[in-house]
Design a protein. Structure first.
Length: 252
């Protein structure tokens, strides 16, 4: 295993090569099962519609949930005792995922709510409220070993921030902003720890690790997203910083 590396590879195949008990933290944003949303053609390319059109190859909800369980079981194997995990999900599957993390061997701890302050507005003809919330399930392998307590007003299971905008924004449709990832990585890991992300997407987990002195290893199947990640790595390494680690890479 090469540290600070994203492998262009299926995560189940990649994690199979990892030894038991190597990861200090799991932080990931897997595909959301949004097959039923594909009829909303007019919203498909909007930056804030949570529909992973390229990812939705699951034949059913059952197949999707079984896939997540398989990934979480492998995460449990490679996690150290006391490791925490965070997994982003939609509100329609959070109750299933709570149970799946337990089936995989983890302890479910809390659901964290991200309120997007600039969501895609509600469309009158659809008669639905704006999708302004995304959720993240916190779990652990036993009692969390690392818990870097922040000020009390920052230790809520609720965070408020806009969707990813400005210079940080990439072409990835559902990119998570660093602002909603950094606090939890800092709370549940220490500098020098290894963070595992089975679904690297745009590379936000990796960038958070680079900015805070953590090591990472991750996997991403989509070639376009791997190119985005490599671009972010190059930009980071070309910018003045105090980073002392090895050069981050995407390996194809």
């Amino acid at each position: 295993m090469r540290l600070n590396t994203v492998y262009h590879q299926n995560c189940l195949e990649g994690m199979a090569s990892l030894n038991d008990g190597v990861a200090d933290l799991i932080f990931t944003d897997p595909p959301y099962y949004q097959n039923r949303a594909q009829n909303i053609k007019g919203l498909k390319n909007h930056k804030d519609v949570v529909t992973e059109f390229e990812f939705d190859g699951f034949v059913s909800e059952e197949a999707y949930l079984q896939f997540l369980e398989d990934v979480l079981r492998e995460c449990y194997r490679v996690a150290k005792p006391g490791a925490s995990g965070y997994l982003w999900c939609g509100d329609d599957f959070v109750s299933y995922i709570n149970r799946i993390v337990t089936k995989a061997g983890f302890q479910f701890r809390k659901v964290i709510h991200w309120h997007k302050t600039n969501p895609f507005p509600a469309i009158h003809t659809r008669k639905m409220f704006a999708n302004s919330m995304e959720l993240m399930v916190h779990f652990s392998k036993g009692s969390p070993k690392t818990w870097n307590h922040k000020p009390v007003n920052e230790m809520h299971n609720f965070i408020e921030a806009p969707i990813c905008m400005g210079a940080e924004r990439t072409p990835h449709k559902t990119q998570k902003p660093l602002r909603v990832c950094l606090p939890y990585i800092e709370i549940s890991s220490n500098p020098g720890d290894l963070v595992l992300d089975p679904f690297m997407g745009s590379g936000t987990t990796a960038m958070a690790c680079l900015k805070t002195g953590r090591d990472f290893v991750g996997y991403e199947l989509n070639t376009e997203y791997c190119q985005i990640i490599q671009g972010r790595f190059t930009e980071f390494m070309n910018a003045p910083s105090l980073f002392q680690g090895g050069e981050p890479k995407v390996i194809y």
